[in-house]
Design a protein around this ligand. Structure first.
Ligand SMILES: Cc1cc2nc3c(=O)[nH]c(=O)nc-3n(C[C@H](O)[C@H](O)[C@H](O)COP(=O)(O)O)c2cc1C
Length: 414
């Protein structure tokens, strides 16, 4: 069998040194790797390193010394399966977004017809800049996939979002991308609403009551739906995770904030995945800060609103996917909860296990769709669990949604 062929674009960020490791990992995994360095990248790493690791020439400019009528960037485009850009600088993302073709990598990008995976790396302030956000949104809307950036220590000594994803993570994302066929853009024209992360309910002006939800499952659901062609809106509690490119994003703090957003967004969607962990109890908040010197204090908790169940009057053809965190008797409790909340599907997490669920990158769930046998999704990365949940959704969605999808209306709001 032909090995997968990848063009590895390296642009000029400090994380370029990690691209050598990525190049090696691709070679180790049996990929045919064609490294391409920008002029910026050459300031950080030597083309020789990549030439030795890949066994191939490493172009930077379009002006080679070749005199054949076929040029290398076109030849390569005909013969490669995937373009991976790691690190992707703000400058290179901008050039991709606006179709500039002033070096080999950008010229190649415009000729490449396969999937594109970018691993951005930059300072948090650059990543947060509206120009960078808009460029990433544009690229994501045109089908580019993103891996990272992660939060952590940056080369500047600052801490924040902007670290390039680790080579192993990029490799896994590349594999997943190659495994999916074009037919897997099977959620095109669907409007998907996802909630993620915890709520925070104030106790006093400086304290709040929250929960251990990391938001990762909801973000994975939003990214998976986006990559399958859906127009996605993500409503997120405070998670510290960067807003995924190509997704409409709004944040909330309290369950009342979330309820307000849902009342506005729910009537407009085809499916709601309610992965946020909404407070069950709302503390009676003190307007003044509680002081230790005043001695013991008592916190009164009132049962909070069941946000999902409260959307029932607004439900028409929307498919509602609920999430349950249970520790025992998962299927029976899950089915009861699904019906009580008026949901079509429920995804049950076993939160009694420390190795999966809340803060873990992996999850193992049971999906219960109405009238379908329980589907156990064995332990795997949350992104793969997300795809299994959307597979179950596509199977369960009512004819009305399917018909609207086929008729081509309404347009995506992205
Ligand atoms: C020491 C140093 C580190 C840099 N690191 C980054 C970075 O991590 N991400 C980024 O977007 N730009 C970074 N830059 C700026 C880019 O190198 C610059 O925008 C350059 O034009 C990128 O060109 P290229 O995208 O064609 O490689 C850095 C610059 C310097 C001098």
């Amino acid at each position: 069998m032909q090995p997968p062929r990848v063009v590895l674009g390296v642009s000029g960020g400090i994380a370029a040194y990690k691209a050598a490791e990525l190049c090696r990992a691709f070679v180790r995994e049996g990929f045919e790797v064609h490294p391409v360095l920008t002029r910026g990248a050459r300031e950080f790493v030597s083309p020789l390193t990549f030439a030795v690791l890949s066994g191939r020439e490493v172009p930077t400019e379009v002006w080679g010394d070749r005199h054949s009528p076929a040029v290398l960037h076109v030849e390569l485009a005909d013969a490669t399966d995937l373009l991976v850009v790691a690190p992707a600088t703000a400058h290179t993302l901008a050039r991709f977004a606006h179709g500039l073709a002033d070096d080999f990598l950008t010229t190649y990008f415009l000729s490449h017809r396969g999937p594109v995976l970018v691993a951005p790396a930059m300072e948090s302030a650059m990543w947060a800049h509206p120009a960078v956000r808009a460029n990433c949104d544009l690229l994501a809307a045109r089908g580019a996939r993103f891996v990272g950036p992660a939060s952590g220590f940056l080369a500047s000594g600052h801490e924040g979002v902007g670290r390039m994803a680790e080579p192993e993570e990029i490799l896994a994302a590349a594999r997943a991308l190659l495994a999916r066929t074009p037919a897997s853009r099977d959620m095109e024209r669907l409007r998907i609403l996802v909630t993620a992360g915890p709520t925070r309910e104030p106790v006093d002006p400086v304290r709040f009551l929250s929960n251990r939800s990391s938001g990762r499952m909801g973000y994975a659901l939003a990214e998976a739906a986006r990559d399958r062609g859906a127009a996605v809106t993500l409503l997120s509690g405070p998670t510290g995770l960067p807003a995924p490119p190509g997704v409409r994003f709004a944040s909330f703090e309290t369950s009342a904030d979330l309820h307000g957003l849902l009342v506005r967004e729910f009537p407009e969607c085809d499916a709601l995945a309610m992965a946020a962990a909404v407070a069950d109890f709302i503390p009676e908040a003190s307007a003044e800060r509680l002081h230790r010197q005043d001695g013991d204090a008592t916190l009164r908790l009132a049962a909070g609103r069941d946000v999902l169940a409260s959307l029932r009057p607004l439900k028409r053809e929307q498919v509602v996917i609920a999430f349950a965190a249970e520790t025992e008797d998962l299927e029976r409790r899950g089915a009861a909860k699904r019906d009580a909340k008026g949901a079509d599907l429920i995804v049950i997490n076993d939160v009694g296990r420390g190795d999966i669920g809340f803060e873990s990158p992996d999850n193992e769930v049971v999906i219960l769709a109405k009238g379908e046998p329980a589907r156990v999704v064995s332990r795997r990365p949350k992104r793969e669990v997300a795809d299994a949940i959307w597979d179950a959704f596509l199977k369960a969605r009512p004819e009305a949604v399917a018909a609207r999808e086929l008729s081509g209306a309404p347009e995506s709001r992205r």
